[in-house]
Design a protein around this ligand. Structure first.
Ligand SMILES: Cc1ncc(COP(=O)(O)O)c(C=O)c1O
Length: 401
């Protein structure tokens, strides 16, 4: 859990500054004191990403919802995304009233661009490209397709904050980039998220929507501000802003240490016959938060995992993942929402959309993920631990391959 591995005095200092000021509501702080930790974090985040605008929100899920709302996506619309993503991605689409259309992954473990294009219908409004576990989707090809078909592009970059593709930060390729700062992410504010965009008008809409429709104007009392639309409360608070300020300055260190640790292991297991590695569209730009290998068969993958586990090394078998893979989501298959009328699945605007989430449609992805084992890379891994991982991989390979 990289961000929280590095919690130190900088986080404490920033949080105490906010507590000393005594106002935890970002707009109250700005209006009454002329200073806001969230505003400062947004500025630094935008600078770091090379983006014109950044908006702090309360989670990565909220970031997706705000981006979709600002793009006007709702009932009657389809949004294409990956069948290998956290359930938050389709939840945000469904919460907007639209229908998620899942497509297969390729060996990057991210959206297969050809399958994206195959699944475009007259109802498709947007593609959400997810950059899973620190590695880029083929974002140049995906952008070519969204541009060609006049679709919106959102990058769900919850899991690859700080990663680049050919020198450009992920999250800056589309209309919106969204980020999560929950406990598991490269930098953390406990819970939290960010929306970035270069488009002034889209930023305005996102800004209004995330705060009950407020047209923010720091020169007048909040209660007198105008309303742009019906919105919701997805605001980030000052304590999250304070943590974010300290954490963003650690981003490069997190990535550097991940890369060193990953390289150490990978270089020492690369020659193992029968083991192959995840395709990485730009190896210099990944954040190296995971090391994913493919085994020749699902059976060998499970045996390999067991061998590693006996030696104290935990890896995830991606095909068994309960929260990140559509074929394992029985609730999605059953359209199990809280509403008796099963909206948006049975909403009349969505009648024409295919809402088939059966495992057969994702056989290709299942074949890839059933052979995939993923090792989490931490910031703090001493030489003893790294060597133990390497020797365990080599020993288990002799037993299994
Ligand atoms: C790909 C992806 N999207 C969205 C989210 C949602 O982020 P949050 O937990 O901050 O709501 C996550 C969180 O794990 C994620 O992995």
């Amino acid at each position: 859990m990289p961000g929280s591995e590095l919690f130190g005095k900088e986080e404490i200092i920033e949080v105490i500054k906010v507590l000393d000021r005594g106002i935890l509501h970002r707009y109250a702080a700005e209006q009454m004191l002329g200073v806001s930790a969230v505003r400062e974090f947004e500025k630094k985040f935008a600078e770091y990403m090379g983006s014109k605008h950044a908006l702090g929100v309360m989670s990565g899920t909220a970031a997706l919802k705000v981006a979709l709302a600002a793009l006007g996506i709702g009932p009657g619309d389809e949004v294409i995304t990956s069948c290998f993503t956290f359930v938050a991605t389709p939840e945000a689409i469904l919460d907007a009233g639209a229908i998620p259309v899942f497509v297969n992954i390729d060996e990057t473990l991210n959206l297969d661009p050809e399958d994206v294009e195959r699944n475009i219908t007259e109802r498709t409004k947007a593609v959400i490209a997810v950059h899973m576990t620190g590695v880029q989707a083929k974002i140049d090809k995906i952008k070519e397709i969204t541009d060609k078909h006049g679709l919106y592009l959102i990058e769900d970059n919850a899991q690859a904050c700080g990663a680049t593709y050919k020198g450009k930060k992920l999250g800056t390729f589309g209309h919106f980039g969204t980020f999560s700062f929950d406990f598991y992410k490269p930098i953390t504010t406990g819970e939290g998220g960010m929306v970035i965009t270069d488009d002034k008008d889209l930023f305005f809409k996102a800004d209004c929507y995330h705060d009950h429709g407020h047209v923010h104007d720091m020169s007048i009392p909040r209660a007198l501000e105008n309303r742009y639309c019906i919105g919701f409360n997805y605001r980030m608070n000052e304590l999250q802003g304070a943590l974010g300020l300290a954490q963003i300055s650690r981003m490069d260190e997190v990535i550097r240490r991940h890369r060193e640790n990953k390289r150490y292991i990978k270089e020492r297991i690369m020659d193992i016959k029968g083991l192959s590695f995840r395709e990485i569209p730009d190896p210099d730009g990944e954040i190296a938060s995971t090391l994913t290998v493919f085994l020749p068969s699902p059976k060998k993958a499970l045996a390999f995992k067991e061998g590693l586990s006996k030696r104290g090394i935990n890896v995830a078998h991606l095909g068994s993942n309960r929260w990140h893979f559509v074929p394992n989501w029985e609730h999605m298959r059953e359209w199990k929402s809280m509403f008796a009328h099963r909206c948006p699945f049975e909403c009349k605007f969505n009648e024409a959309s295919l809402k088939d989430y059966s495992p057969e449609r994702f056989a290709r992805s299942t074949d890839i993920l059933d052979r995939a084992l993923s090792l989490d890379i931490s910031v703090k891994m001493d030489k003893e631990r790294l060597d133990k991982i390497v020797s365990s991989f080599r020993e288990v390979a002799k037993e299994v391959l």
